[in-house]
Design a protein around this ligand. Structure first.
Ligand SMILES: [Zn+2]
Length: 414
């Protein structure tokens, strides 16, 4: 009986490419840029999704919005949607509604805010957000709608979580939601965060490195560049710190093959503007180092190593170096490969896509960490190109259809 019901839902989803296109198009047009990214927030997207779901008779929609005066609606929406199954045990699918800005628009071949099909390949679509993270939201909606349309009650309950603010720190999103509704995920529930993945659908992300973003300030003394002896060149001090990052990396040289890359990484990245003209020797430099640290190292040890480097560079170049924390997110325990969610996902991917999955870790971060910190094993998986945040962000309609079928399959325990 259950098998028949499952086949009915999977068959209905198989013809869902146009519905994926419609959802993707409307979501991208509504943007969902957070105020830190110069936008007006995610409210329009949340309203659209709520109306869409209600049109299928899905009425169990809970709002856990976070107040935020910076956006016109005064709040950052977070939604929990429930579609009951035979058991209270719930498969949760989480998606974030916010996106990153288009970036340099001239690098886009199409309008970033209008979902456009590839001329030669109508299964391929372009638009900001189509991968990150609208595919997750779209697939969740597709499954919920298919259950209602087919009149099927699955074995497990389905829960959709749509959050704000993933791209700019999560304070108004998952962190707010977990603070306001602690324990809404019950032991034994399956938590899916489809916010990372691979083009062949085989990669299940079960671990993430610790993240430490450092702000390095080098203070020297500005002077005319023709008389460098009158000052202390902060840029040279900064250069020594930048090259020193590779030396710090050598101190933290453990390898863990679950991760790719398999080591801790210490990457100098953003640099703030210094002097506007060539003939001034800069007296102050500010740059950042993005550290992704294997779980075996405490982040405090990394911080201490960079501060030690700062002291030695300071002595050598006559500058003052301060190293401050900008982001501090320790690694959480990985999701075990034999946890319920990984076992069910692996089985469903094999069944639907015919693909054998493997588990690994990444240096990026998803909201799965927030669940893992609470001892809830969350799995990160999606069938995607991994081109989030790039110009010409792309996704396949067929990838979304397949992902939706995978989640639907997970709802049945045959
Ligand atoms: Zn994302």
């Amino acid at each position: 009986m259950s098998l028949e019901q499952k086949q009915k839902v999977l068959a209905a989803l198989a013809g869902g490419a146009e519905r994926v296109f419609e959802l993707q198009s409307n979501l991208t047009a509504l943007r969902g840029l957070g105020p830190d990214n110069g936008g007006t927030g995610e409210q329009d997207k949340a309203d659209y999704l709520e109306n869409w779901l209600r049109s299928f008779g899905i009425d169990d929609i809970e709002h856990i919005d976070a107040p935020d005066e910076r956006v016109p609606s005064g709040k950052r929406p977070n939604l929990i949607v429930r579609v009951p199954g035979k058991s209270e045990k719930t498969l949760w699918i989480l998606g974030h509604m916010d996106v990153v800005p288009a970036g340099e628009e001239s690098l886009w071949r199409t309008d970033p805010w209008t979902v456009t099909r590839d001329e030669d390949d109508p299964d391929l679509i372009y638009g900001r957000g189509v991968e990150d993270n609208q595919q997750a939201i779209v697939c969740g909606c597709m499954v919920a709608a298919a259950l209602k349309e087919q009149g099927v009650t699955p074995d497990l309950s389905l829960g959709l979580i749509f959050v704000s603010d993933e791209e700019t720190g999560n304070a108004y999103g998952i962190q707010h939601l977990l603070k306001e509704k602690p324990g809404f995920v019950k032991e034994g529930d399956l938590v899916m965060v489809p916010d990372s993945g691979s083009p062949d659908g085989s990669f299940i992300e079960v671990a993430e490195k610790g993240i430490l973003w450092l702000r390095v300030t080098v203070q020297g003394q500005q002077c005319h560049a023709s008389k460098p002896d009158d000052g202390r060149n902060a840029l040279v001090g900064a250069a020594a710190m930048i090259l020193g990052a590779a030396e710090v990396e050598k101190k933290f040289d453990a390898r863990n093959d679950i991760f790719s890359p398999n080591r801790s990484t210490f990457t100098p990245s953003k640099h703030e503007a210094n002097v506007p003209n060539v003939n001034t020797m800069p007296g102050r430099e500010v740059f950042y180092i993005d550290c992704r640290v294997l779980p075996c190292y405490p982040l405090d040890d990394v911080l201490a190593a960079f501060r030690e480097l700062g002291e030695s560079v300071g002595r050598q170049y006559g500058v003052d170096v301060s190293v401050d924390i900008q982001t501090y997110a320790p690694a959480s325990a990985p999701t075990p490969e034999d946890s319920g969610v990984v076992v069910a996902l692996r089985k469903a991917v094999k069944e639907v896509l015919g693909v054998e999955c493997w588990c690994g870790g990444v240096g990026g971060s998803t909201v799965a960490v927030s669940f893992r910190q609470l001892g809830i094993p969350a799995a990160v998986w999606a069938h995607i190109f991994e081109n989030c945040h790039t110009p010409n962000e792309a996704a396949r309609l067929s990838f979304a259809v397949g992902d939706a079928q995978v989640y639907a399959s997970m709802l049945f325990s045959d």
